[in-house]
Design a protein around this ligand. Structure first.
Ligand code: NA7
Length: 598
C-alpha cells in the first residue's frame, strides 16, 4: 500500500457503496443480454484481415490428428506432437493464418496484459525477442507464425475453414470431421482448441444493425474505415465522431489511439474499470541476451507461483499485476494465521482506494473523475493497467458518457441513445467482449456426436463433465482445450503449455502402443467434477457477491452452466494431476481400446 492512501476512510460506507453499485448492474437476463457474432450479428463476423476468401476444392483426407484452431492451444499442441515426431496433423482454422486471439484482435493499441517474456511462447526456442515488456499484438501474431514455420505446421493446415461437425465411428475408431467447405476428414484423434476469448459478443439491444455509419467489434477492426494500423495513425477518423462502448481490457487499450485521431470521441461506460500503472518499457536487449538457458520456464513458473499465493524469494516479473498478487499472497498467509476477515477485507478496499485516488490525481474534471472510479472488489473483474487511458479524459475532444450502470439503451440509424439523449455518431466501436465459459457448443460452434449417437450438448445438458477439463466419457479420442474444470493461470500461456504437453503425450502414447481409442472412465469424470465443485466453492461464493462481469456469468449463472468453473484447486495442483497421470503411464483414470486396423 502506498503512503498516499490514508486508512482514515469509512469502510462501512464503501462496502455499502459496493453493494449498491452491484445491485444497479444486476439484470434478470444475465448472459441473455448478449448475442454472439456468429448468430444474429453474422454480418459483423466477416474477417477484415482477409476480406476475400480463397477458393479450393473440398478435401477428402485420412489423418492421425485433426486440431481445430491455430491459436495458442492448437499451435502448442501441434508443436508438442511434432516433438514426438508425429507428422500427420491437419490443423483447421477459421482465420487465414495462425495466431488465434492475435490473428483476430488487431485493434489499435492491442498488447498483451501479462508480461511478454512469460506470455509469448517459445522465446528461447525461436530466439524471438519481444521489443517491450508488454508486446504489441502484431509481434505476438508474428511469433505465432514463426512457431508454425519452425515446426512445419503450414504444410497440412486448412485456413479460412470452419469445422462444423464431428461424428465418432465406432467401427473404424475414427472421427468424421466435416467443414463448411465440404471437407470430409477421418481422424484418429481430434483436439478442439477453439479458444478462450474467441466468440465475440454484442449487446442484444434494438437498432444495432440499423446504424447507418460504420460499426464493428474490436476483434474485427475495420481499418478500411479508420485508416492506419495497430500502431495508430487512424487518419480515416479525422473529422469523425466516434462512439466506443466498453471499458474492459480492450476498451482501455483502444480508446487512447482513437482519441488521438477522432474529431470527437464518446466513451459509453457501464462500469468503470480499475486502471492501475502499466509501466511498459522497451526490452533491455543486453539483459535479455544475458538470461541463462532455461530462464523462460523458470520465469513462467515464478509468476504462476506468485499469482497462486506461493511466495518466492524473488518476484521476477515485478509489475502491477504481480505486486497485486504478492499482496494477495501475503493476505492468504495472514488468513491462515488467523487474521480477522474484516481486516483482510479492509486491505482489499484500500487497494482499490489507491486506484480511485489515481483517477483523482490524473483526471482534471471532477465529475468525470468521480464517474471513472471503480466501486467493486479488486478481483471481481480482470484488473486493468494503462499509462495513457485516464489521461485521455483531459482532452477536449473526449466525453465520458456514464450510463449509471444501465448501459446504452438503443442504437438508432444516426447514433446511440443513453438516458433519452441521442449522441450522433459516424462510427460505433463495440469493445463488448467475448463469451467466456458458457456453453461449449455456443462458443465453438461445433456439433459433436460421440458413441451411441449421443451428442455432447445432450451429455452436458446440465453443465460440462470432464476429466481434467479436456476429455469426457463417451467421446473417445477427443480433447477439448478450455478453462472449464481446468487449472486456469492468470497467464493463459502457462495453462496452454501444460494442457498441450498432456494431450500430445497421451496421443503419442496411443499411437506408439497401437491404442485405438482412449476415453476417461465415467467414475473418473464423476470424481473430477466432484473435486472441481468442492474446491471451487470459495471462488464461486466470492464471485456471487461481485458486480456482474463475464467472470460471474453477469451475476446470474444459468442452471445449465452450474458445473462450468475452472478447477478450484488452482493451476499448480492441476499441473500436478496432469504430471502424475503421465508418470503413471496414463493408467487408472482412462479406458483404452485396442486399435482396429482398417
Ligand atoms: P470485457 O472485459 O468483457 O468488457 C466488455 C465491456 O463492454 C465492459 O466494460 C461492459 O460493461 C461493456 N458493455 C457490455 N454491454 C454493454 C452495454 N449494453 N452498454 C454499455 N457497455 C456495455 O471484454 P474485453 O474485450 O475488454 O476483455 C476480454 C478479455 O480479453 C480480458 O479480460 C482479457 O483477459 C483479454 P460492464 O463492465 O459489464 O458493465
Amino acid at each position: 500500500m502506498t503512503d498516499s492512501v490514508t486508512p482514515d476512510i469509512d469502510f462501512d460506507a464503501l462496502e455499502k457503496r459496493y453493494t449498491e453499485e452491484r445491485e444497479k448492474r444486476l439484470r434478470a437476463d444475465g448472459l441473455g443480454q448478449y448475442l454472439s457474432l456468429s448468430g444474429t450479428f453474422s454480418s459483423f463476423d466477416a474477417d477484415p484481415n482477409a476480406p476475400t476468401a480463397f477458393e479450393r476444392e473440398p478435401v477428402e483426407r485420412r489423418t492421425d490428428i485433426v486440431i481445430i484452431g491455430g491459436g495458442y492451444g492448437g499451435l502448442l499442441t501441434a508443436v508438442q506432437l511434432r516433438k514426438h515426431n508425429v507428422t500427420d496433423i491437419t490443423i483447421i482454422e477459421k482465420g487465414a493464418d495462425f495466431g488465434g486471439t492475435w490473428y483476430w484482435n488487431r485493434y489499435p493499441g492491442v498488447r498483451c496484459d501479462v508480461e511478454s517474456y512469460i506470455y509469448v511462447p517459445m522465446l528461447e526456442e525461436t530466439g524471438f525477442v519481444p521489443s517491450e515488456k508488454y508486446a504489441k499484438g502484431a509481434e505476438i501474431y508474428e511469433q505465432c507464425r514463426l512457431i508454425a514455420r519452425k515446426f512445419d505446421l503450414y504444410r497440412d493446415a486448412l485456413f479460412q475453414t470452419i469445422t462444423k461437425t464431428l461424428a465418432w465411428n465406432e467401427t473404424t475408431q475414427r472421427w468424421l470431421v466435416r467443414t463448411n467447405r465440404g471437407d470430409t476428414i477421418e481422424a484418429r484423434f481430434v483436439v478442439s482448441a477453439t479458444g478462450v476469448y474467441s466468440s465475440p459478443k454484442l449487446p442484444k439491444i434494438p437498432g444495432i444493425e440499423a446504424f447507418e455509419g460504420a460499426s464493428f467489434h474490436t476483434s474485427r477492426w475495420d481499418y478500411a474505415f479508420t485508416g492506419g494500423d495497430t500502431d495508430g495513425n487512424l487518419t480515416g477518423l479525422k473529422g469523425k465522431k466516434v462512439g466506443v462502448i466498453g471499458t474492459g481490457s480492450t476498451g482501455i487499450q483502444c480508446v487512447p489511439p482513437v482519441a488521438e485521431y477522432a474529431d470527437e470521441l464518446y466513451l459509453f461506460q457501464r462500469t468503470p474499470a480499475s486502471v492501475d500503472i502499466r509501466g511498459n518499457r522497451p526490452t533491455d536487449i543486453s539483459w535479455f541476451k544475458s538470461l541463462p538457458s532455461g530462464w523462460e520456464t523458470e520465469r513462467v513458473m515464478n509468476f504462476t507461483l506468485w499469482t497462486s499465493g506461493v511466495p518466492q524469494v524473488e518476484d521476477m516479473i515485478d509489475d502491477s499485476m504481480s505486486n497485486l498478487c504478492r499482496e494477495t499472497a501475503a493476505q492468504a498467509v495472514a488468513r491462515s494465521e488467523g487474521v480477522d476477515e474484516d481486516e483482510l477485507n479492509k486491505a482489499e478496499i484500500l487497494r482499490m482506494e489507491r486506484v480511485r485516488r489515481r483517477v483523482e490525481a490524473i483526471v482534471k474534471d471532477k465529475t468525470t473523475a468521480e464517474a471513472l472510479k471503480p466501486y467493486f472488489h479488486y478481483f471481481c473483474k480482470r484488473p486493468g493497467f494503462s499509462d495513457d487511458y485516464l489521461q485521455v479524459f483531459n482532452r477536449r475532444n473526449v466525453t465520458l458518457v456514464d450510463t449509471g450502470g444501465n448501459g446504452i439503451e438503443k442504437v438508432t440509424p444516426r447514433g446511440i441513445v443513453v438516458g433519452g439523449r441521442e449522441y450522433e455518431l459516424d462510427c460505433i466501436v463495440y469493445a463488448t467482449g467475448f463469451d467466456f465459459m458458457t456453453s461449449f457448443t455456443r462458443e465453438s460452434g461445433l456439433s459433436i456426436v460421440g458413441t451411441g449417437g449421443r451428442s455432447l450438448e445432450e451429455h452436458w445438458s446440465h453443465g460440462a463433465k470432464t476429466l481434467f477439463g479436456m476429455q469426457t466419457n463417451g467421446f473417445p479420442n477427443l480433447f477439448l482445450l478450455s478453462m472449464v474444470q481446468a487449472g486456469m493461470s492468470v497467464n493463459y500461456r502457462h495453462s496452454a503449455d501444460e494442457q498441450s504437453k498432456y494431450v500430445a503425450d497421451l496421443i503419442f502414447h496411443c499411437l506408439k502402443n497401437e491404442v485405438g481409442a482412449v476415453e476417461p472412465t465415467a467414475e473418473a469424470v464423476e470424481e473430477w467434477v466432484g473435486l472441481c465443485m468442492e474446491l471451487s466453492g470459495p471462488n464461486r461464493r466470492f464471485h456471487e457477491k461481485c458486480t456482474p462481469s463475464y467472470l460471474n456469468f453477469e451475476g446470474n449463472r444459468p442452471p445449465e452452466l452450474e458445473l462450468n468453473a475452472p478447477f478450484g484447486g488452482g493451476p499448480l495442483a492441476y499441473f500436478e494431476y496432469l504430471e502424475k497421470t503421465k508418470a503413471d503411464g496414463f493408467k487408472g483414470l482412462l479406458e483404452f481400446t485396442r486399435h482396429v486396423v482398417k
